[in-house]
Write a protein that binds this ligand. Structure first.
Ligand code: C2E
Ligand code: MG
Ligand code: MG
Ligand code: MG
Length: 292
C-alpha cells in the first residue's frame, strides 16, 4: 500500500483491512465532532416530472462545511463515515434535517417529497426503523412523502435481512427507492422480493442514451421492467434537454440532473428557474449550469 510516491506527510495508516492516507484519517477523526458542531449541510436537488418538469421532490445530499478545507462533497467523507458508527449519526442528522425541511416546504404549499440516501451500514442498525417512525411523526409528514434510497450493493451483503428492513421502512410510511440501478448485481428474484416503490436508473445509462442505442435499449428495458413491477422510474444525471426528451420518450416518470438544477441549499430550491417552470427548457445551457 505504501508506494514509491509516499512521503512522510502522506503515510498510509492501516485501519481494518484497508488503509486511509493521513488526510482521510484526519477527516475521519474530525467528523463526529463536526456533526456535533453543526458543520454538516444538506443540499437539495429537484426531481421533476418527465412531462411538464414540475418539481415533485428533492434529493437530500450531504455536504461538510469544513472550517479549513471549505465545502466538501459526500465523496470525501461519507465512505469514511461508513467505516464506523459515524454513519449512523450522519444519517440521523440528514434524515431529521431533510424531513423538517420537507415539512416546512409543504406547510408553504409546495407539494413535494424528499429523498434521503441510506448506506448499507445503516440498514443493519436496529434503531433505524424507529428513528424513521419518530421523525415522520414529529413533523407529521404524510405516508409516502419520505423516500429512502438504497443502492444495490447495500442489499448484497444480506439480501434477506435487507428485504426485511426495507419492508419495515415501508410499513413505517417511507417509500423505498433503488438508487444507481443497473450498476450492481441485483437479481430479478431480489427485485421481486424487495417490493421497492421506485427505481433510479443510474446516470451512466441515462447520459449515454442519446449517443448509444444499447444504452437507450437498456433504459427502455429497465423502465418497462420497473413499471411491470409497479415501480416509479427516475432517470438521474439528465444534463441536457435532448437527454430529458429522450428518456421521457423511453418512459421515465421523473427526471433529475444538472439540466434542471444542481444540488442547492434549501433556500434556493424554489427561488430559481424551476420556480417559474415550465419555460426552463427555453433557457440556454449556460443559464442552467449554475445553481438555480
Ligand atoms: P447519489 O445518491 O446517486 O446522488 C446523486 C449524485 O449525482 C449527487 O452527487 C449529485 O450531485 C450528482 N448528480 C446529480 N445530477 C447530476 C448530473 O446531471 N450529472 C452529474 N455528473 N452528476 C449529477 P453528490 O452530491 O456528490 O453525492 C454523491 C453520492 O454520495 C450520492 O450519490 C450518495 O451515494 C452519497 N450521498 C450523498 N449524501 C448522502 C447522505 O446523506 N447519506 C449517504 N449515506 N450517502 C450520501
Ligand atoms: Mg441517491
Ligand atoms: Mg443515485
Ligand atoms: Mg448515481
Amino acid at each position: 500500500l505504501l508506494g514509491a510516491h509516499t512521503t512522510p506527510t502522506r503515510t498510509a495508516v492501516a485501519e481494518g483491512t484497508a488503509a486511509l492516507d493521513v488526510d482521510a484519517l484526519a477527516l475521519h477523526t474530525e467528523l463526529p465532532g463536526a456533526i456535533a458542531d453543526g458543520q454538516l449541510r444538506v443540499h437539495y436537488q429537484p426531481l421533476v416530472t418527465a412531462g411538464t418538469h414540475r418539481v415533485v421532490g428533492v434529493e437530500a445530499l450531504v455536504r461538510w462545511q469544513h472550517p479549513e478545507r471549505g465545502l466538501l462533497g459526500p465523496g470525501a467523507f461519507v465512505p469514511l463515515a461508513e467505516r464506523s458508527q459515524t454513519i449512523v449519526g450522519l444519517t440521523r442528522f440528514v434524515l431529521r434535517e431533510a424531513v423538517a425541511q420537507c415539512a416546512a416546504w409543504r406547510a408553504d404549499g409546495h407539494d413535494v417529497g424528499v429523498s434521503v440516501n441510506l448506506s448499507a451500514a445503516v440498514l443493519g442498525e436496529p434503531t433505524l426503523v424507529q428513528t424513521v417512525r419518530d421523525v415522520l411523526a414529529e413533523h407529521r409528514l404524510e405516508r409516502g412523502t419520505l423516500t429512502l434510497e438504497v443502492t444495490e450493493s447495500a442489499l448484497l451483503d444480506d439480501p434477506c435481512g435487507a428485504a426485511a428492513v426495507l419492508a419495515a421502512l415501508r410499513a413505517a410510511g417511507a417509500r423505498v427507492s433503488l438508487d444507481d440501478f443497473g450498476t450492481g448485481y441485483t437479481s430479478l428474484t431480489m427485485l421481486r422480493q424487495l417490493e421497492a416503490d421506485e427505481l433510479k436508473i443510474d446516470r451512466s445509462f441515462v447520459a449515454a442514451a442519446p449517443h448509444a442505442p444499447t444504452d437507450a435499449a437498456i433504459v427502455r428495458a429497465l423502465v418497462d421492467l420497473a413499471h411491470r413491477l409497479s415501480m416509479e422510474v427516475v432517470a438521474e444525471g439528465v444534463e441536457d434537454a435532448r437527454t430529458a426528451d429522450l428518456v421521457r420518450g423511453l418512459g421515465a416518470d421523473v427526471l433529475q440532473g444538472f439540466h434542471f438544477s444542481r444540488p442547492v441549499p434549501a433556500a434556493e430550491v424554489f427561488t430559481g428557474a424551476l420556480a417559474s417552470a415550465p419555460q426552463v427548457l427555453d433557457l440556454t445551457p449556460a443559464g442552467l449550469d449554475g445553481p438555480v
